[in-house]
Design a protein around this ligand. Sequence first.
Ligand SMILES: C[S@@+](CC[C@H](N)C(=O)[O-])C[C@H]1O[C@@H](n2cnc3c(N)ncnc32)[C@H](O)[C@@H]1O
Length: 243
Amino acid sequence: MKGGYTRLFDDQASGDKVSEYADAHSTPLPAHITAYHAHASASRHDSEMLSSNFQSKLHLFLARSIGAKRVLEVGVYVGYSAMLWAHATGPDGLVTGLEYSPELAEIAQDALAKEGINNVEIIVGNAAETLPKVSPSTPYDIIFLDADKPGYSNYLSIILANSQPGSKNRLLRPGGLIIADNVLRRGHVADSSRTDREVEDAGLWNSHIEAVRKFNDQVVGEKRLESFLTPLWDGLSMIRLVD
Ligand SMILES: C[S@@+](CC[C@H](N)C(=O)[O-])C[C@H]1O[C@@H](n2cnc3c(N)ncnc32)[C@H](O)[C@@H]1O
């Protein structure tokens, strides 16, 4: 194709149809996970924070593809994606979640317990403080970044610093994945001409977009990482730690 890039959809209507078709032709998620998504969507005013079921199918596919047994999630919210990672890693796997809000962490723990899932631990606090203290006996296979976007760059620096080749208690294993959500912010990160915003304060919003750009630049400029930024959903960066 001229220009070397693919325009995904001609218009919104066909874009919706293509997404629905692709979703319907990807392996279904277990019923308890879709049921929890439906429950959280219906009962919470802030449910836009949930990952979609469709995107979660890719998360599951990635986890199973690399035989992931241990996942570290930054940003748990009500535990929907933690439930997905617990399913992906199986009962003998481990999921560690970092969540700022004690209330949300409690909701997540309750929901997981209700499903009989007992291999998820949630550490409450600001991930900028809790992430550097995570010191696993076996490194994680996947780290999912889905918390405050301005924090991403710092989280990446911590992961790289604490996953040095040959180091004891490294965070992420060689060949492990960092999956970073919302790295396009509805197009704003790539297209400065957009005028809509998710927050009223223009200065805050611009600093937020700049922070995500900094993260994306950091990823692509880092020799220890290989990455693919997919322009699906809100932008999902799939990053592999080489060493
Ligand atoms: C987008 S939601 C996570 C959604 C969840 N991963 C899912 O897909 O179901 C972001 C979460 O990150 C949490 N968060 C925001 N800033 C944080 C920080 N500095 N440290 C830890 N958690 C944070 C928020 O409280 C919120 O629960």
